[in-house]
Design a protein around this ligand. Structure first.
Ligand code: NAD
Ligand code: WQD
Length: 337
């Protein structure tokens, strides 16, 4: 495939890994990011891994005129929209910042794409739109809800995209609901580089393993799960990235919009994740049991059936590969990029 794609949020964690898969699948990529939560070094590393060049522009997706100028110069066939803010706790304190970035940013991008005649989009949604699921594995037709501004921003954009594809069936939109991305590119050159203290489990464990943080606080050991700790569906970021290639292939093949989960279908507890990471790094990860984190749910994992049927995609990498790759990235780049 030699079409050109616009990738927003391309220097971020999932965007950078997805660029690698897109380039290796033969697509051309134009990368944009406002660098609010990432380093431009990711672009150098994507180029190093793939041997392909990636034009990069520092552009905010809310900047309509900069986007228009760029798209006037490039012949884009589709966009993948990763750009956005993603911290649940920060969103509670800064709701307007989150709605502006995630909702207004998406609307601005959609307007510019529409004006330029681009009608294919892949959108980064999240399992967070399922709120506290009534049953697991979670199917795509489960009821939706959100308990924080970040989650609501994803839900609002999903609704906007539904309305848009209803109003103009020429739009082909893939809404991808990611479960819990973890791991890194197997080269150790690309990985997650959170600013400040990580919010999420895997990067937190990784920073304990490398000696930057003293211990992991386990948020609750009295959940109704096998060992009392929270259960999540951790998906290797390269499997997730490959899911975008499959979603794009489907968008180019069939004139339809769709929503799918990207998860493994398997739940892992916090203690299982810690044990796997200890194997990978060869050292003990000190833990302290702490109170439950407000807003956390006990168990969340995907039904991966729809993605398998619709996209012919499934996650192939194991938990051990995920933590091995995460550790390689963290130990080779203890201070990130
Ligand atoms: P990330 O922060 O690493 O990447 C997002 C990128 O978007 C960053 O490089 C940031 O600088 C950029 N950005 C933010 N606002 C922007 C704006 N207004 N204009 C241009 N660039 C902007 O996060 P990620 O983990 O790679 O997440 C990518 C997408 O996937 C996000 O939309 C996120 O909400 C979604 N998602 C992430 C997870 C997760 O756990 N990582 C789970 C589900 C969904
Ligand atoms: C996983 C498990 C914690 C940190 C969040 C967002 C969600 C999505 C993914 C973007 C839970 C436990 C964690 C720690 C711990 N992001 N934990 N100690 O909560 O499933 O989802 O990231 O869309 O919207 O809410 O992921 O990695 O934060 O937590 O014990 O220091 O690890 O309680 O059981 P979560 P997480």
């Amino acid at each position: 495939m030699s079409d050109t794609l616009l990738v927003t949020g391309a220097s971020g964690y999932i965007g950078s890994h997805t660029c690698v898969c897109l380039l290796q699948a033969g697509w051309h990529v134009i990368a944009i990011d406002n660098l609010s939560n990432s380093s431009p070094r990711t672009i150098e590393r994507i180029q190093e891994i793939t041997g392909r060049s990636v034009p990069f522009h520092t552009i905010d997706v809310r900047d309509e005129s900069a986007l228009t100028r760029l798209l006037n110069q490039e012949n884009i066939s589709a966009a993948i929209h990763f750009a956005g803010l993603k911290s649940v706790s920060e969103s509670v304190n800064k709701p307007l910042t989150y709605f502006d970035n995630n909702v207004n940013g998406s609307i601005t991008l959609l307007k510019v794409l529409h004006q330029q005649g681009v009608r294919k989009l892949v959108f980064s949604s999240s399992a967070t739109v399922y709120g506290d699921p009534k049953k697991v594995p979670i199917q795509e037709d489960a009821s939706l809800s959100a308990t924080n501004p970040y989650g609501r921003s994803k839900l609002f954009v999903e609704q906007i995209l539904n309305d848009l594809s209803q109003a103009d069936p020429e739009w082909r939109i893939a809404t991808l609901r990611y479960f819990n991305p973890a791991g890194a590119h197997e080269s150790g050159l690309l990985g997650e580089d959170p600013r400040g203290i990580p919010n999420n489990l895997m990067p937190y464990i990784a920073q304990v393993a490398v000696g930057k943080l003293p211990h992991l606080s386990v948020f609750g050991n009295d959940y109704p799960t096998t060992d009392g700790t929270g259960v999540r569906d951790y998906i290797h970021v390269m499997d997730l990235a490959q899911g975008h290639v499959s979603a794009l292939n489907r968008l180019f093949a069939k004139p339809e919009s769709f929503t799918v989960n990207l998860g493994t279908g398997q739940g892992i507890t916090v203690l299982e994740a810690v044990a796997a990471f200890e194997q990978a790094c060869g050292s003990h990860i000190p833990i302290q049991v702490a109170p439950r984190r407000p807003g956390d749910i006990a168990t969340c994992y995907a039904s991966a059936d729809k993605a398998r049927e619709l996209l012919n995609w499934q996650a192939n990498k194991t938990l051990d590969q995920m933590v091995d790759d995460h550790w390689r990235w963290q130990s080779h780049n203890p201070n990130g990029y």
